[in-house]
Design a protein around this ligand. Structure first.
Ligand SMILES: *[C@@H]1O[C@H](CO)[C@@H](O)[C@H](O)[C@H]1NC(C)=O
Ligand SMILES: *[C@@H]1O[C@H](CO)[C@@H](O)[C@H](O)[C@H]1NC(C)=O
Ligand SMILES: *[C@@H]1O[C@H](CO)[C@@H](O)[C@H](O)[C@H]1NC(C)=O
Ligand SMILES: *[C@@H]1O[C@H](CO)[C@@H](O)[C@H](O)[C@H]1NC(C)=O
Ligand SMILES: *[C@@H]1O[C@H](CO)[C@@H](O)[C@H](O)[C@H]1NC(C)=O
Ligand SMILES: *[C@@H]1O[C@H](CO)[C@@H](O)[C@H](O)[C@H]1NC(C)=O
Ligand SMILES: [Mg+2]
Length: 411
């Protein structure tokens, strides 16, 4: 800690006062990444250090969603993102479980996602010379959600998982309504002129198009599983023998029913004329999801990811004369990845892989039915969004109940 550090605090009025810092050039497709990454050097003088560790007990999609927030914040402040996960030691718990090949020693997002990790990032050596616990202590000694410091002319803004979420959720969406999207989008980097035109169009003509759909379409390709996991994921997907066209449902119950989903469930049953909780189950039934499908039109093979496979299996049996053929992905594994509480490290790793595979099945389906109350639904929503050559498109995404819009990206 020989280097002297200035610590300053970002208050909310500065949150969007960023001025002309050169944009980060980041390519769009993985094919481009190799060629462009070599050509363009990241700007190491303005960094955003994201420490995800304090939300590592959350479910997998909660952590993925928070990473989307980190990408978004980095673009907002025109800063190069670095993700710092702790190194695995005997005292730390590998968040996503223990891989059979002990080659990959980090614990955290870089176990599963191809993140700009401090372990390999070209700008990592420009960071102030603190270790993970020193960064964490520095952050927790401040009551602010973002801390700025400058070491050797390198400006580092640092935030953690919970702080990022808190700040972002309260403020970003409202403030961003007043933002110049064209300017913001160009700071994501690797954006085409057609894409910028689309944002310009909706801003100038006040069209009904949702700018967040465009933002999702730009960020989605940046969320990629670790390359070393790709063969394993592909192997698991192969065992499902997925047809070219299929339908996917995600049905989240479990612990959500007690809190976040309670109102959605109540409203659903009220819309069916049932207001007495003693007369209906405390969840949205499978039939509400199936009711979103069109027989004869949608693919009849239906894959279900759920944290409640036992009840769902009963519900499937009760659907008589149904044109749909159901497959439960979670047949042998309860809660795959919805929760992060499995104590056995190898079993937890298997659950992580299962969750990733389930997500892939959901993301790739022709038709998807879920809801936007859960992080899974919101993450799948983002990953099903893409720019065609003119505009952002959300591939067929239907909701069984609750809000039909994402209030903010990443939430
Ligand atoms: C801290 O960083 C933010 C984002 O880059 C910037 O808006 C703010 O001016 C910085 N504050 C100081 C004192 O450098
Ligand atoms: C981090 O740095 C502090 C202070 O220099 C030191 O006491 C601590 O052992 C270091 N932690 C690790 C994990 O290296
Ligand atoms: C937004 O920023 C772009 C690029 O800086 C500029 O060309 C455009 O006029 C701005 N639009 C509005 C509505 O301020
Ligand atoms: C994890 O999965 C592998 C193969 O998929 C299996 O061989 C192993 O027994 C599983 N481990 C646990 C602890 O469930
Ligand atoms: C992009 O999608 C829109 C909406 O579905 C469609 O109208 C348009 O033709 C598509 N453009 C191209 C080039 O595929
Ligand atoms: C979303 O729901 C609102 C009110 O429930 C409805 O008016 C609107 O048409 C729905 N939008 C879509 C895209 O389904
Ligand atoms: Mg969750």
């Amino acid at each position: 800690m020989a280097t002297f550090a200035f610590i300053s605090i970002i208050s909310l009025q500065f949150f969007f006062s960023e001025t002309n810092v050169s944009p980060i050039i980041r390519p769009q497709t993985s094919k481009d990444i190799d060629s462009l990454a070599k050509a363009s050097r990241p700007d190491c003088s303005q960094l955003f250090l994201y420490l995800p560790h304090d939300i590592s007990n959350n479910g997998i999609c909660s952590q993925l969603q928070n990473y989307i927030l980190a990408l978004h914040v980095a673009a907002t402040f025109h800063r190069t993102l670095i993700v710092w996960d702790p190194v695995t030691e005997s005292t730390t718990r590998p968040i996503f479980g223990c891989s059979p090949d002990a080659e990959h020693l980090s614990t955290g997002l870089s176990q599963i996602l191809d993140v700009p990790s401090s372990r390999s990032h070209a700008c990592a050596s420009a960071l102030c010379p603190f270790n993970h616990s020193e960064w964490t202590r520095l952050l927790s000694s401040s009551t602010n959600d973002f801390v700025n410091l400058t070491c050797d002319d390198v400006s580092v803004m640092v935030s953690g998982g919970r702080r990022l979420r808190r700040q972002y959720l309260q403020r970003l969406h409202e403030t961003s309504q007043q933002m110049n999207y064209t300017q913001w989008v160009s700071s994501i980097g690797g954006v085409t002129s057609t894409q910028i035109d689309w944002f310009q169009q909706i801003q100038e003509h006040q069209q009904d198009d949702d700018p967040w759909l465009g933002v999702a379409a730009l960020l989605a390709p940046r969320i990629q599983w670790q390359p070393f996991l790709q063969p394993l994921i592909a192997h698991h997907l192969q065992t499902f023998n997925l047809p070219q066209s299929y339908t996917a449902l995600h049905i989240r119950r479990g612990d959500k029913l007690k809190r976040e989903a309670a109102a959605m469930v109540r409203n659903y049953w009220a819309s069916r004329g049932e207001t007495d909780p003693r007369n209906h189950p405390n969840y949205i039934p499978l039939e509400a999801y199936v009711a979103q499908l069109h027989p004869g039109q949608d693919p009849s093979l239906v894959y279900i990811a759920t944290d409640d496979p036992v009840t769902i299996r009963d519900e499937i049996e009760q659907l008589t004369a149904t044109p749909w053929t159901f497959h439960l992905l979670a047949n042998q594994r309860l809660q795959s990845g919805h929760m992060n509480t499995e104590p056995d490290c190898h079993a937890r790793y298997n659950m992580t892989i299962d969750a990733i595979v389930d997500l892939e099945v959901m993301i790739r389906s022709q038709v998807f039915v879920g809801e936007l109350n859960s992080n899974w639904g919101r993450f799948i929503h983002t990953k099903r969004t893409e720019f065609n050559s003119t505009k952002p498109i959300l591939r067929d995404f239907r909701i069984a109940a609750g809000d039909n819009h994402t209030r903010y990206l990443g939430q």
